[in-house]
Design a protein around this ligand. Sequence first.
Ligand SMILES: [Zn+2]
Length: 254
Amino acid sequence: MRETSNTNPPYFNYVRLEFVWGGRGDPFSYPLETVIIDAGHGGHDPGGATNAWSFAGGTVYEKDLSLDIAKRLHALLAVSHPHLQLVMTRSEDVFLSLEERCSIAYQTPPLRPQTSSLFISIHVNSATSNQASGFEILTKEQDKRVTLLDAFTPPIENIPLYSAHSQLSLNRLLNQRNLVVATVFEQALNGSLVTSRNRGIKERDLWVLNGSRMPAVLVEVGFLSNEEDARNLLSPQWRQRMAQILAQAIEQCM
Ligand SMILES: [Zn+2]
C-alpha cells in the first residue's frame, strides 16, 4: 500500500525544525549509524585469481576472500555495536553490478535524522610483479564532483540533511570527510599487521567511490600475487585480524 498523506506532517515538521535551527552542519560528520559493507566482485566476476601457490591447494579467488572478510567484519560490528544499521551489498557468491552496489548504499535510509553513513568496500589486489605487497586505501578523486542530490535521491529523510548546502559545498564536505575516514583506516592498518606494507592512500576514479553518495573507502587488504600476502590472505586468523582492524577503524569514525 502506498502511504501518502500520513507521511507528510512529520516530514514537514522536520524540515521546519532544520530550518529553524539552521541545520547547516556537515551532514557527513553526523554520528555514524549506518555502515554499508561491500564485498568486492562475486558470482561470474571472480576479481583477481591465482593458482600460483601450492600451499593454496587450488585456485584462489578474490571474491571469496573479500566476502569472508566482509562477513567477519559484519559479525564483529553486530556484536560490538548493536545500535548500528549494518548492510551487506552481498552476503553470498552472487554477481552485483557496481550500480547495484551504489544504489544499495544510497537507498538505505539513515536510521534517524542527523546520523551519517559510511561505505566500505573490501578488495584483494593483484599485480604482474610478485614483489608488490601490502595494503592500500582508495578514496574518491577530490576533483571528481559527484551528484549528491537529484531526482533519484530516494530516502526523503536525507533531503533536509542536504538541502542547506549547494552541490559544491556538499562535495567539499564529502571530500573532507573522505580524507578523514581514509586516514583513520590507514592509521588503523599501519603497524597492526606485522608483515603488511603500507602503500598509502590513493585517489581513484572508481564507480563505487563516486556513486555511493556518502563517505566511502575501498580497502585493498593485500596482494594475491605476492607469496607472503597470499599466505596471510589464506589464513583465517589473519582475515579475522584484518576484520578486527577494519572494525576498529569504523569505531573511530563514529
Ligand atoms: Zn577487486
